[in-house]
Write a protein that binds this ligand. Structure first.
Ligand code: NAD
Length: 243
């Protein structure tokens, strides 16, 4: 897909991987819908507009179906058809399973997995009419291999993988692709909380010997959006962690 002039909705794009993706898509000439739970600052919107594209900010909680649906409607009213949806917003709340409360489990599932459904379903209805669309979901290596302290997060991301492959199968005949990216350890607020000791251990475990950058993920999203013959795939971007 030629991204110039296309409209791209990226959830959780106020910082980290989502913001890097917003800048990468804007650099390709795409108009951007920024989203986060809190109000989107005018500075951030201007920063994206400085790429010479249109940009709007829609704050709202993706874990709430009516809020997600409303954001899709607002985006379409303000920009026109949405061509690319990146379900990037996510959260973690790590603890060992024996210490995990029901609400610790459910709250992570509600954002990472149900939030992906909440955004995708209302937009897919519109994409089916458009006979065109790209959906990119954010999974994680944790969802592929499991990770100590992440039973909730890993389960949500494994769910995202199953969701991705199913949407890909249901939408393929309408020219819509759906893929997932499974990042390893990427330097964002989410991994900022890790101690230097843990970061050193990660660097020793990762074959490419470093944490990834948000831009490593952003470039993969661009690649997927530009390739209409790739669908139902999970691309690991993890420095070789899962090879
Ligand atoms: P981050 O914590 O830096 O940013 C998360 C973004 O999501 C923020 O903009 C936040 O406002 C938004 N968000 C969270 N809950 C939301 C909700 N309910 N509604 C709307 N917006 C919400 O995270 P990040 O590290 O940039 O991660 C982005 C995605 O990549 C997540 O899905 C995460 O699980 C995944 N991921 C990250 C890593 C990593 O190492 N950083 C690894 C694997 C997967």
């Amino acid at each position: 897909m030629e991204l110039q002039g296309k409209n791209v909705f990226i959830t959780g794009s106020t910082r980290g991987i989502g913001l890097a993706m917003a800048k990468a898509f804007a650099q390709q000439g795409a108009n951007i819908v920024l989203n986060g739970r809190k109000e989107i600052s005018e500075e951030l919107i201007t920063e994206i507009k400085n790429f010479g594209v249109n940009c709007i900010g829609l704050s709202g909680d993706i874990s709430d179906f009516s809020s997600a649906k409303q954001m899709i409607e607002q985006a379409q009213e303000q920009l026109g058809d949405i061509h690319v949806l990146v379900n990037n917003a996510g959260m973690n709340n790590d603890k060992l399973l024996l210490r995990m409360k029901e609400e610790d489990f459910e709250s992570v599932l509600k954002v990472n997995l149900t939030g992906t459904f909440n955004m995708t379903q209302p937009l897919l209805k519109k994409m089916l009419k458009q006979k065109q669309g790209v959906i990119i979901n954010m999974a994680s290596v944790s969802g592929l291999t499991g990770n100590v302290g992440q039973a909730n997060y890993a389960a949500s991301k494994a769910g995202v993988v199953g969701f991705t492959k199913t949407v890909a199968k249901e939408a393929a005949s309408h020219g819509i692709t759906c893929n997932a990216i499974a990042p390893g350890f990427i330097t964002t607020d989410m991994t900022d909380v890790l101690s230097d000791k843990v970061k050193t251990q990660i660097n020793e475990t990762v074959p490419l010997q470093r944490l990834g950058n948000p831009e490593d993920i952003a470039q993969t999203a661009i690649f997927l959006a530009q390739n209409p013959y790739i669908t139902g795939q999970v691309i690991s971007v993890d420095g070789g962690l899962t090879m």
